[in-house]
Design a protein around this ligand. Structure first.
Ligand SMILES: Cc1cc2nc3c(=O)[nH]c(=O)nc-3n(C[C@H](O)[C@H](O)[C@H](O)COP(=O)(O)OP(=O)(O)OC[C@H]3O[C@@H](n4cnc5c(N)ncnc54)[C@H](O)[C@@H]3O)c2cc1C
Length: 394
């Protein structure tokens, strides 16, 4: 009997998703990007099979699992060359926030569609003048009768063109400055005063990034997640809890995205190194090629272990414990992915830079996992201050 860390259910899920990923494969995925369209067929099939909403509650059409299961889905699709990045945003961030903090009506409206993939949500927190410093965001909501008027700017928001709504992080007028007391709004992208402009990214990916301008976008009272302002005087700051509920899954899922991509690149490099012969043995026999690939494999496995730990803590309800582990997992996975991709490209020599072999475009994609949703430096800051108790420079 073999003993593993994963349950039989998790292993079965991994195998089933991997088989789905292989059926579509990298060629399919690259073709859809080249044609300027989305991998709709794969997204729909994964939705029908219950993979996209595996983390969402059963009573709203989900699979009743957790982020551990959704991370398996994303990693395995990525390892097959089909990374569905919107999984990070739509079911993981937005689905989790609505499932945990939404009103009954918000849950009924959004969760079944997010679970089966017929509806998609984007998530917008980053602002041009705030960047890594989310405490500086200035997107502001003010009351107008029962309605809200939302004004602000966002940048690098993924998938707005395909989203049925964007979950926008703002603050209310009476909490405009100081420590962030966020409030989260469900904003339809066709609302009056909501403009989007695609950002020209050097990325070969199905999802586009957008700059958003919200100019007095009128929203009904029930656009606010949870239905009422999150920080009534003396009341609990539920807006911050809502935000953290989404950010831990975001980091765990970005780690899974990175590990999947790293595994895909490493597998291509290993195949190549076994065959390619320019002296008397295949290049994979040279330790200068073999050892960095072995290191990349070890680093990806280690990152997966921390990702599993973070998902386990999060799914068990330990938001604080999950915070540290989710940050460390995202850091480890981003670094492992960037190194694995770099080594994979190098292993293929000149072919590493051809479109035919398709690895070069992963170099920029891998860098994303070091920058978003929180950069490696901000994670190192977090661990320096929160874990090690070192003083802050900012
Ligand atoms: C492909 C892609 C998709 C994205 N999708 C989304 C999305 O869907 N929704 C969303 O809200 N955002 C999204 N983002 C934004 C992403 O979360 C931000 O880019 C990220 O948080 C970093 O912010 P910034 O780009 O403003 O960098 P900055 O904050 O300007 O940082 C620039 C550099 O300075 C470093 N730095 C900053 N502060 C410190 C410090 N105190 N100590 C040490 N170093 C520091 C950073 O680590 C970084 O290297 C996406 C970004 C990319 C690239």
């Amino acid at each position: 009997m073999s003993v593993t860390l994963e349950t039989e259910e998790h292993k079965a899920l991994r195998a089933a998703v991997a088989a789905l990923g292989r059926r579509y494969g990298r060629e399919y995925f690259v073709r859809t990007v080249d044609e300027g369209r989305r991998p709709t067929e794969l997204w729909s099939e994964a939705g029908k099979l219950g993979y996209l909403g595996v983390n969402l509650p059963e009573e709203y059409g989900g699979g009743g699992g957790g982020i551990a299961e959704l991370a398996i889905v994303l990693e395995e699709l990525g390892a097959a060359g089909c990374p569905l990045m919107m999984l990070v945003v739509s079911p993981a961030i937005c689905g989790t926030v609505i499932a945990r903090f939404g009103t009954e009506e918000q849950k009924r409206t959004w969760l079944p569609g997010l679970a089966d993939g017929t509806r998609t949500m984007a998530f917008g927190i980053t602002e041009p003048d705030a960047g890594s410093n989310s405490h500086r965001i200035t997107t502001t909501a003010r009351r107008d009768g029962d309605d809200w008027l939302l004004t602000g700017r966002k940048v690098f928001i993924s998938g707005v063109d395909i989203a049925d709504a964007v979950l926008i992080v703002g603050r209310t007028e009476d909490a405009r400055t100081g420590r962030l007391k966020p409030c989260l709004f469900i904003v339809p992208p066709d609302a009056e005063g909501f403009q989007r402009r695609p950002i020209d990214m050097e990325l070969h990916a199905a999802e586009k990034q957008f700059e958003l301008v919200l100019d007095d976008v009128r929203l009904p009272a029930d656009a606010l997640v949870g239905g009422s302002p999150s920080h009534a005087p003396g009341g609990e700051d539920t807006g911050l809890l809502q935000l953290f509920a989404g950010l831990n899954p975001e980091r765990i899922m970005t780690a899974a995205f990175a590990i999947g991509m790293g595994r895909y690149a490493l597998a291509r490099a290993v195949e190549y190194a076994r065959e390619r012969t320019v002296w008397k043995t295949p290049i994979g026999a040279h330790q200068a090629i073999a050892h960095p690939l072995a290191q990349a494999h070890i680093d990806l496995e280690l990152a997966r272990l921390m990702t599993q730990k973070a998902a386990h803590l999060y799914d068990a309800g330990d938001d604080m414990g999950a915070g540290e582990a989710a940050n460390m997992a995202k850091y480890a996975a981003g670094e492992a992915c960037a190194r694995a991709v770099d080594q994979a490209v190098h292993t293929l020599g000149g072919n590493g830079l051809t479109r035919e072999f398709g690895l070069a475009s992963l170099v920029t994609a891998a860098r994303v996992t070091r920058i978003a949703p929180v950069s490696r430096e901000m994670i190192l800051n977090y661990v320096s201050h929160q874990t090690l108790g070192l003083p802050k420079s900012y």
